[in-house]
Design a protein around this ligand. Structure first.
Ligand SMILES: [Zn+2]
Length: 378
């Protein structure tokens, strides 16, 4: 009998441990699934890039509960481009460089945004490149060449995205001459015309199309937004862009969080990559700081909301950035080993419900699969 009580006691203690022993703060609980997901991609943002920010004293990175490393190779190349690297993250499948959410044999790969739409979630993207550039494109378009941004722009008519913010107005001038479309637009707008632009068609479809940053920030209750804030890419920070990626992200979050079923937002610090291609430190450092403003906004939102997973990673490393020395929290001397992308692993950091799935050594396709799984489960 005594033995029985001892055994019972042990069993009770074990079950108690199982319930509470491994439990951390709420965001670390495995069983909790995120309602919202914010994926931030620093294009070209490798481990050395993150090191620069951390060593210069940025504290935002210390707030992530889970950190890992991610391999970035493409199907045909150890060094990926943003199309294949992004496709792995957006669809969970590998493909050849240049392909946009499409397999190398030409099959369309369903994107995490398309899965989110099926779950009646709101979808958004905020980038500093054109919204038709490779990284944003892999979330809503399916093309065999990233170069054809005019063709990518036409995928917007599928309405996979609800909120699109970035540059690329020039790709929305495509003219439709289809009689029915022109007739429908003419009746709606009360004008006589023989052809309509892609931007006009989207306006007819109920989208709020804006090209001035002030008009975007002034938006209130709109649900479908196409904010094309520059003809090409947005100005770089060094060129004097007057608003940060963080401010754009904050406004996008305000608009997306109106939806009751949750949302999936992708934010890209697009021009980190370009500064590294140019081996231009003067551009690189402000672009990384700008990307970080968006990371801060996402974290603040997730902390208040408690239902939001934040994942920060890169599609690949660019420049073979190396840190040579400096003074902590003051300056860092860097050099570049390449003018192109490299095969180096990139960091992945996660915070919020589901964050524990993004730790250890990961593959980019595995991260894409996990994001899709999380979207489908809640
Ligand atoms: Zn690049």
């Amino acid at each position: 009998m005594k033995k029985f009580w001892v055994l019972l006691g042990v069993a009770f203690c074990v079950s108690l441990y199982a319930k509470t022993g491994k439990q951390g703060s709420p965001e670390q609980t495995k069983s909790v699934l995120p309602k919202n997901i914010i994926l931030l991609i620093g294009d070209g943002f490798g481990v050395s890039h993150l090191s620069v920010r951390v060593l210069l004293g940025s504290s935002v990175w210390k707030q992530f509960s889970f950190v890992g490393l991610m391999a970035t190779y493409a199907e045909d190349n150890l060094v990926t481009d943003s199309a294949a690297g992004g496709t792995a993250l957006s669809t969970g499948f590998g493909t050849k460089n240049g392909f946009i959410a499409m397999s190398s044999t030409g099959e369309k790969l369903t994107t995490v945004m398309e899965y989110a739409k099926k779950r009646k979630k709101a979808t958004g993207l905020v980038v500093t490149s054109t919204v038709t550039h490779a990284t944003p494109a892999v979330f809503y378009a399916h093309e065999s060449s990233r170069a054809n941004e005019n063709a990518i722009a036409l995928w917007v008519t599928n309405e996979t995205m609800d909120v699109m913010v970035g540059g690329g107005l020039s790709y929305f001038g495509y003219r439709f001459t289809n009689e029915e479309m022109v007739k429908a637009y003419s009746a709606w707008a009360g004008v006589e015309t023989n052809s309509i632009s892609l931007a006009q068609w989207m306006a007819y479809r109920g989208w709020k199309v804006v090209s001035q940053p002030g008009d975007f920030f002034a938006l209130q209750k709109e649900r479908k937004i196409l904010a094309l804030l520059a003809y090409g890419a947005l100005p770089s920070v060094a060129q004097g862009r007057t608003y940060s990626l963080g401010e754009l992200t904050s406004k996008a979050l305000e608009l997306l969080s109106q939806e009751t079923n949750g949302f999936f937002l992708m934010v890209e610090g697009s021009q980190i990559d370009w500064a590294c291609h140019d081996n231009n430190v003067t551009n690189l450092f402000p672009e990384m700081a700008d990307f970080e403003t968006a990371v801060e906004v996402a974290l603040d939102f997730a902390k208040k909301d408690k239902n939001t997973l934040v994942v920060v990673t890169a599609d690949h490393e660019t420049g073979g950035l190396a840190l040579l020395g400096g003074v902590r929290e003051k300056f860092i001397r860097v050099t570049f080993a390449s003018k192109d992308h490299t095969a180096a692993l990139v960091p992945i950091l996660a915070y919020g419900p589901g964050a524990d799935g993004f730790t250890g050594l990961l593959e980019n396709t595995g991260v894409g699969q996990k994001l899709i799984e999380l979207v489908q489960r809640r």
